[in-house]
Ligand binder design. Structure first.
Ligand SMILES: Nc1ncnc2c1ncn2[C@@H]1O[C@H](COP(=O)(O)OP(=O)(O)OP(=O)(O)O)[C@@H](O)[C@H]1O
Ligand SMILES: O=c1[nH]c(=O)c2[nH+]cn([C@@H]3O[C@H](COP(=O)(O)O)[C@@H](O)[C@H]3O)c2[nH]1
Ligand SMILES: NC(=O)CC[C@H](N)C(=O)O
Ligand SMILES: [Mg+2]
Length: 527
C-alpha cells in the first residue's frame, strides 16, 4: 500500500506531536492549527530516522502510563538530535526527567483539576503573558529532583516542578495540560512555544491549504494520468472529489459503490447531487451481491469492517482496469479517498492492534498488496476543517452539513449477522427517524443520528397478539470533531412519535430504545 502524495508537513512548517496515549493528545494539534501553525500527531513509537520531513519543534504528550512502569512507552532519543525545541507535557515532562536519570514516582497526592501557575523565571519565553493564570492538572506521579542542565521556571502550590527548562538545548517541560480549555492561557503558551521558541511560520489556513493541495495533486498526477475516486456522497469524499476536479478536471472519475448497505435511495440521490450540482464525473457501481455474500455468517464487527474495506478495494481495482485513460496507454494508477484524521487516529495505536478502537474500513481495511496508489488530501484534517474547506470550494451548505455516514454503512448498524432482511429493517427505521428529525427542524442541531438494529428479540403485544420481535436503538449525538461526543436531548414527545411510527410501520420491530451514552466511554457507532 502506498501513500502517493508528498507529506503536507514538507510544505508547511510543522510541529510534531508525539502521542503517548493521553486522551487530550489530539487537542494539541487542534490548538496549534487554531493559530495557523500546522501540526501533525504521530504515535510515540515513530522512529525519527523514518520520518520523511523535519519538524520545527516536537511536543511530547501526556499518557495514562507511569514512566517507570515496565511496559511504559519511551521516546526515540533521536528526537534530541534534531536540534529543534522540545516541549514535554505532563508524562512528556516526566519522560524528559526520567530518561535523564531523575527520579519520578508516585506523589502522596494525586493532582486533578485547577491550579494557579506561578512563573519563577519571568524572562522565560514559554510563559510570556501567562503568569498567574489557571492551569489544568491531571497527574499522580511527580518529579523528585531536576535533570542535569535544567532549572525550575514555574511552580504551583502542589508542584514544585510545574515548569522546567534546559534553555541551552531548548528543552521545556510542564506538569499541566495547556491543550485543554480549562487552562486559561494554554493556547497562548502553545503559541509562545511554536512561534517564539520554534520560530514556526503561521501560514496554515484553509485557503492556503487548497492552493497547495491542488498544486501538489497536479504535480503528482502529471499532465495526462487519470485518477479514480471512492466517493460516497458524504462530506469528506465530496470535498476530496471537488478538490480533485478542480485540479485535473475530467481526468478524475468518481466511483460510488453500492455496497448493499447504503441508506434508502442513497445511490440515486448522490448521483443527482454530484453530477448535476457539482459537475463531478460520477459512476455508480452496483456491487451489493458481492458485499452481502462476503458478509454472510460474519458477526464480529472488526471482521465486517475488514471484509468491507477489502471488497471496496477489489471493486475499485476492477473498475480502474475497465476505464481506459484517453490520453495515455498507461493504466489508472491512483485512487482518491476521503480519509480524515480521526479515521487514521482511531485505526492506529502506538500500543499495537489490541488498543485499536475500531478499524475504519478505509484505513485498516485496505489490502496489503493493492496496486492503486492512494491520494488522501484530507488525511490530516478534522471534520470541521473539512467542512470549512467544502464551504470555500462552493459546495452547498446542505451537503457540507450532512450527517456523516460510515463506509461500512448499515452493516455496522445491524448488530450480528448482516442479511438483506435485517438491512431492510434497519434502513426503514433509520429513514423514519431522519425524516422526523428533519420535520422537527432538528437536523442541523444534531451532528449525527441513525438507527441500529439489535440482535435481540423482545416480547410485545400488538392487536391483542403476542409478538416476539427485534429492538431498534436510536442514536443522536452532538460533537464537532467526532473524537468525543455527547448524546442529544430530545423532547419526550419527539421520541414518542418516532417510536410509535417505527413500531407501526416497520415489520419485525417490537420495541424502540434511545441510546444515552457519551463518547467516551461508548463510540458513536455500536460496532
Ligand atoms: N459507498 C461508497 N462508495 C465509494 N467510496 C466510499 C463509499 N463509502 C465510503 N467510501 C470511501 O471511504 C471514505 C471514508 O468514508 P466516510 O464515511 O468516513 O467519509 P464520507 O462518506 O466521504 O463522508 P461522511 O463522513 O460525511 O460520511 C470516503 O471518503 C470514501 O472515499
Ligand atoms: O467511513 C467510515 N468508516 C468506518 O469504518 C467508520 N467507523 C465509524 N465511522 C464514523 O466515524 C465517526 C466516529 O465514529 P466512532 O465513534 O464509532 O468511531 C462517526 O461519524 C462514524 O459514523 C466510520 N466511517
Ligand atoms: N496526564 C498525564 O500525562 C499523567 C502522567 C502519569 N500517568 C501521571 O499520573 O502522572
Ligand atoms: Mg460516509
Amino acid at each position: 500500500m502506498t501513500e502517493a502524495v508528498e507529506p503536507v508537513s514538507n510544505v508547511f512548517e510543522t510541529i510534531l506531536v508525539l502521542d503517548f496515549g493521553s486522551q487530550y493528545s489530539h487537542l494539541l494539534t487542534r490548538r496549534l492549527r487554531e493559530f495557523n501553525i500546522y501540526a501533525e500527531m504521530l504515535p510515540c513509537t515513530q522512529k525519527i530516522s523514518e520520518l520523511n520531513w523535519k519538524p520545527k519543534g516536537v511536543i511530547l504528550s501526556g499518557s495514562p502510563y507511569s514512566v517507570y512502569a515496565p511496559d511504559a512507552p519511551h521516546v526515540d532519543k533521536d528526537v534530541f538530535k534534531l536540534g529543534v525545541p522540545v516541549l514535554g507535557i505532563c508524562y512528556g515532562m516526566q519522560e524528559l526527567a526520567w530518561i535523564n536519570g531523575t527520579e519520578v514516582s508516585r506523589g502522596d497526592k494525586r493532582e486533578y483539576g485547577p491550579a494557579t501557575l506561578n512563573v519563577v523565571d519571568k524572562e522565560s519565553p514559554l510563559f510570556k503573558d501567562v503568569d498567574h493564570s489557571k492551569v489544568w492538572m491531571s497527574h499522580g506521579d511527580k518529579l523528585y529532583g531536576l535533570p542535569e542542565g535544567f532549572k525550575v521556571i514555574a511552580t504551583s502550590e502542589n508542584s514544585p516542578y510545574c515548569g522546567i527548562a534546559n534553555e541551552e538545548k531548548q528543552i521545556y517541560g510542564i506538569q499541566f495540560h495547556p491543550e485543554v480549555t480549562h487552562s486559561e492561557k494554554g493556547k497562548l503558551l502553545l503559541r509562545n512555544f511554536a512561534v517564539d521558541i520554534c520560530k514556526a511560520t503561521q501560514n496554515w489556513s484553509m485557503k492556503n491549504f487548497i492552493d497547495t493541495e491542488i498544486n501538489r495533486i497536479r504535480t503528482l498526477v502529471g499532465p495526462d494520468a487519470e485518477v479514480i475516486g471512492a466517493v460516497s456522497g458524504g462530506v469528506d469524499s465530496t470535498v476530496a472529489a471537488k478538490l480533485m476536479t478542480e485540479a485535473i478536471g475530467d481526468r478524475f472519475h468518481a466511483i460510488l459503490v453500492d455496497n448493499g448497505v447504503l441508506r434508502k435511495d442513497e445511490a440515486k440521490n448522490v448521483k443527482e447531487t454530484l453530477t448535476k450540482g457539482l459537475g463531478i464525473n460520477l459512476t455508480v457501481v452496483d456491487a451489493s451481491d458481492e458485499f452481502l455474500d462476503k458478509l454472510k455468517g460474519v458477526t464480529d464487527p472488526e471482521k465486517k469492517r475488514k471484509i468491507i474495506g477489502n471488497t471496496f478495494i477489489h471493486v475499485f481495482e476492477r473498475v480502474a482496469a475497465q476505464i481506459k485513460p484517453k490520453n495515455t496507454d498507461k493504466e489508472i494508477e491512483f485512487l482518491l479517498q476521503g480519509t480524515l484524521y480521526p479515521d487514521v487516529i482511531e485505526s492506529i495505536s502506538f500500543k499495537g492492534p489490541s488498543q485499536t478502537i475500531k478499524t475504519h474500513h478505509n484505513v485498516g481495511g485496505l489490502l496489503d498488496n493493492m496496486k492503486l496508489k492512494l491520494i488522501e488530501p484530507l488525511r490530516e484534517l478534522f471534520k470541521d476543517e473539512v467542512r470549512e474547506l467544502g464551504e470555500i470550494l462552493g459546495i452547498s451548505h446542505e451537503l457540507v452539513w450532512r450527517h456523516p455516514f460510515p463506509g461500512p454503512g448499515i452493516a455496522i448498524r445491524v448488530l450480528g449477522e448482516v442479511t438483506r432482511e435485517q438491512v431492510a429493517i434497519a434502513r426503514a427505521a433509520d429513514h423514519i427517524y431522519i425524516e422526523e428529525i428533519r420535520k422537527a427542524g432538528l437536523y442541523n442541531k444534531i451532528a449525527q443520528a441513525f438507527a441500529c438494529l439489535l440482535p435481540v428479540k423482545s416480547v410485545g403485544v400488538m392487536g391483542d397478539q403476542r409478538t416476539y420481535e427485534q429492538v431498534i436503538a436510536l442514536r443522536a449525538i452532538e460533537t464537532s470533531d467526532f473524537m468525543t461526543a455527547d448524546w442529544f436531548c430530545f423532547e419526550p414527545a419527539f421520541l414518542k412519535k418516532v417510536s410509535s411510527r417505527i413500531v407501526n410501520e416497520v415489520d419485525g420491530v417490537a420495541r424502540v430504545t434511545y441510546d444515552i451514552t457519551s463518547k467516551p466511554p461508548a463510540t458513536v457507532e455500536w460496532e
